[in-house]
Design a protein around this ligand. Structure first.
Ligand code: GLC
Length: 736
């Protein structure tokens, strides 16, 4: 053999040995080409009990951390902590912390950084209840993808969103965070959010893990007060509160968060039936559940654990894998395992679930965030434009007497009055920790841009609350100088969201008084409302010529509102939650169960009207839509057959518009009392003036007509049914 060949084969063999050695030394769990399940089991075998327990803990980082003591703060973090709630939104700091885990811990398990990105990080778009009023889940998916990208670039891998708690008591501050009173609406928008956050694949560069919350029944918190008990019957658990979670788990949501409430006496955070029987055994969820903030410790206060050690045991054995904030798992699990109260197989299953999400996110292979300039991370023009597009479709035209709106293009003097007119602080809504106030466009700015030839006579009028009427005089002067009054009232962002329950949903008296005084000028009043919940408008509605509900639109509310006022935008939103006439009428929602005397005034309050002010599904347009007769493809089908119902909608007005057709069913005679009607499908289309569109709903009996019994078993019963669309109610029959 030639010398050169000898030498080259020598080096080849050295290279080969080195490669084999490296492969032999690189543990399987670090091999990004290995299947996730093999990586998990390989890593589990290598972990000590202490390392496993640390993966089941989540601490906070970044609260009140001034830059000077970040170093000591980072040093304090235990090596190998499973997750952090990351308040800093700083990729460099995140990477510093992650470096500690990847280089100083024995097995280099990456930390999972979570945070509440509820309706955008810096490109903050409308609050969730407003999103539902758009009936445009595709736009919500697109904006959740924007939120996910901004999160990744801020060092966040996991958002504690979407909240899909069906809520029917607007005194509860968190109605702002969910998608309203209907299970199907919460399911559709929850799935849309999961798709936006998680993308096609969790390991895609800008995907983040979603977290369904607050599992389950939190929206039933008694009296609309937070952290209270929830009497949830087994029937309503299955009929109302679980369906959004089932839909989102099937859509692949990586995690869930257990709620603060109890479920008829058994806290959601210690409820084996919901956390394990349903979620893990029936729905086969293979991600993990994190408790809500200190919810494990709170089991002591809820009276189901004698001390923190027992609360940890109960939460974990019920099916909560990760302990948020209160450090109970880390402190007490070594003893609980030693005392054989927690079997090692439960620990291993829980850790496997946490690792599975981390592997699927790609954190083991790319633990660090790409660091780009701050101006590259946020508020991209195309993202802000997308936020505006959704915002336009969330604003509900509730009233428009004598076509007060849209305003004439020749209008020359507009009085713009009220605490929301120039507000940038509250218009972004709750859960918008990272927004910069200066990013928010005011209603004033939007209106001034839209009505370039008009004089905008601005006056604050009054504050959100208090009794100071000193601003009234100036407001009245401005009103008297003008042709129309745009009165912008509403809520502070802290009046909704967590721990923001209110005993009344009326606006503070000062705001009502301002409107009453302005009404005396005789000028038409367009009432613009920015709030996080349905409001009591029984005294304001008669004073308004038009009412536009803009909710809390985020940073891009001014231009969309101005577009609606000028007619550049034809409003298409419809309410996803009922507006009661008064607080006393709560709870009132469209899908109330059939009852003994459902008609007339019997069984209702005798001192006020039976009807709410605005029903679920209410929303006006600048055009008119005429519905043809709905047509069924059959009037009788078996349980296993499908049928379609279609309706032709004509735009009989003079401007194009988007119309959402809401399809409901009802089951007047069943073995249980069912809701008066139930939303089962919806479709939104744009129709040009003078044109028509056909809307079709395919009825699948098992999906659309069935009901569950108290064990969650689904049934379709033969008998008469109705399909409801617009004001039509068409009968059909299911036969055996
Ligand atoms: C809060 C909220 C929950 C939030 C969590 C983390 O208490 O109930 O919605 O995701 O803590 O901030």
């Amino acid at each position: 053999m030639k010398r050169t060949t000898l030498i080259s084969s020598f080096f080849v063999s050295i290279g080969l040995c080195f490669t084999l050695l490296t492969v032999a030394q690189t543990p399987l769990y670090k091999d990004k080409n290995a299947p996730v399940e093999k990586r998990i089991s390989d890593l589990l075998k290598r972990m000590t009990l202490e390392e496993k327990i640390l993966q089941l803990n989540q601490y906070t980082f970044g609260i009140n951390n001034n830059p000077n003591n970040i170093g000591p703060e980072v040093k304090k973090l235990p090596n190998g902590i499973g997750s952090l709630i990351y308040f800093s939104a700083d990729p460099v700091l995140r990477n510093q912390i992650q470096k500690k885990a990847m280089e100083e811990s024995r097995l280099c398990i990456p930390i999972l950084f979570g945070f509440d990105i509820i309706h955008g990080l810096r490109t903050v778009y409308p609050i969730s209840i407003a999103q539902a009023c758009s009936w445009n889940p595709d736009l919500v998916t697109q904006l959740c993808a924007v939120a996910a990208k901004e999160s990744v670039l801020s060092g966040v891998d996991w958002t504690f969103s979407p909240m899909i708690d069906v809520a029917r008591d607007p005194r509860w501050g968190r109605v702002s965070e969910g998608y309203g009173e209907d299970p199907y609406t919460n399911a559709v928008f929850g799935v849309a959010s999961v798709k936006g956050y998680q993308g096609k694949n969790l390991s895609d560069s800008y995907s983040i893990a979603a977290c369904l919350k607050h599992y389950v029944g939190y929206g039933m918190s008694e009296g609309g007060r937070d952290y209270r008990y929830s009497d949830v019957s087994a029937q309503s658990l299955w009929e109302t509160y679980l369906p959004p979670y089932e839909a989102c788990v099937k859509a692949g949501a990586a995690t869930l968060m257990s709620g603060f409430n109890d479920i008829s006496g058994v806290p959601a955070t210690a409820n084996y039936y919901t956390l394990t029987e349903i979620l893990k055994k029936r729905w086969k969820h293979d991600g993990f559940v994190v408790s809500d903030w200190n919810a494990v410790k709170q089991l002591v206060w809820q009276g189901v654990a004698k001390d923190e050690k027992e609360s940890g045991l109960k939460a974990f054995m019920a099916g909560v894998e990760m302990d948020m904030k209160d450090d109970i798992y880390r402190v007490h699990f070594p003893a609980l395992v030693a005392e054989k109260k927690i079997p090692m197989k439960n620990i291993d299953d829980a850790v496997a679930r946490v690792l599975r999400v981390k592997f699927r996110l790609g954190l083991f292979d790319e633990p660090y965030t790409k660091v780009v300039e701050e101006k590259e991370r946020y508020l991209k023009p195309e993202d802000v434009a997308l936020a505006q597009k959704l915002t336009e479709e969330t604003m509900v035209l509730l009233k428009n007497k004598n076509n007060t709106l849209p305003l004439s293009a020749n209008i020359s003097k507009i009085a713009l009055i009220g605490p929301m007119a120039k507000d940038q602080e509250n218009i972004v809504g709750s859960w918008s920790f990272n927004v910069k106030t200066a990013d928010a466009e005011t209603l004033y700015d939007g209106i001034q841009k839209e009505f370039k030839n008009a004089t905008i006579n601005y006056a604050l009028g009054c504050d959100f609350d208090g009794t100071n009427e000193a601003g009234f005089a100036e407001a009245l002067d401005k009103a008297n100088e003008s042709e129309v009054i745009i009165l912008c009232l509403g809520e502070k962002k802290t009046w909704s969201g967590e721990n923001a329950s209110r005993s009344t949903i009326a606006l503070p008296a000062i705001q009502e008084k301002l409107m009453q005084e302005l009404k005396k000028t005789g000028k038409p009043i367009i009432l613009v409302l920015s709030n996080g919940r349905p409001l009591e408008l029984v005294r304001l509605e008669p004073l308004a010529d038009a009412i536009v509900e803009i909710w809390q639109p985020g940073i891009a509310g001014g231009t969309p509102l101005a577009g609606i006022l000028s007619g550049r935008v034809n409003p298409s939103a419809k309410l996803a939650i009922t507006f009661p006439l008064t607080t006393g009428q709560i709870p009132t929602y469209y899908n109330m169960r059939q009852c003994a005397r459902p008609y007339g005034t019997e069984g209702n309050y005798q001192d006020i009207s039976t009807e709410p002010l605005y029903w679920f599904g209410h929303g006006l347009s600048y055009t008119s839509f005429t519905y043809g007769d709905a047509k069924l493809s059959a009037t009788k089908i078996t349980k296993s057959q499908k049928m379609t119902v279609e309706v032709t909608v004509a735009n009989s007005g003079s401007v194009k518009g988007k119309e959402t057709v809401l399809w409901y069913i009802s089951d007047p005679a069943c073995s249980i009392s069912r809701p008066m009607k139930e939303l089962k499908y919806f479709e939104k289309k744009e129709i040009n003036a003078g044109e028509k569109a056909v809307y079709k709903f395919e009825i699948d009996p098992m999906r659309d007509l069935s009901f569950t019994n108290a064990t969650g078993k689904r049934f379709v019963e033969a008998g008469d049914f109705y399909v409801h669309v617009n004001n039509q109610k068409i009968k059909f029959e299911i036969v055996e």
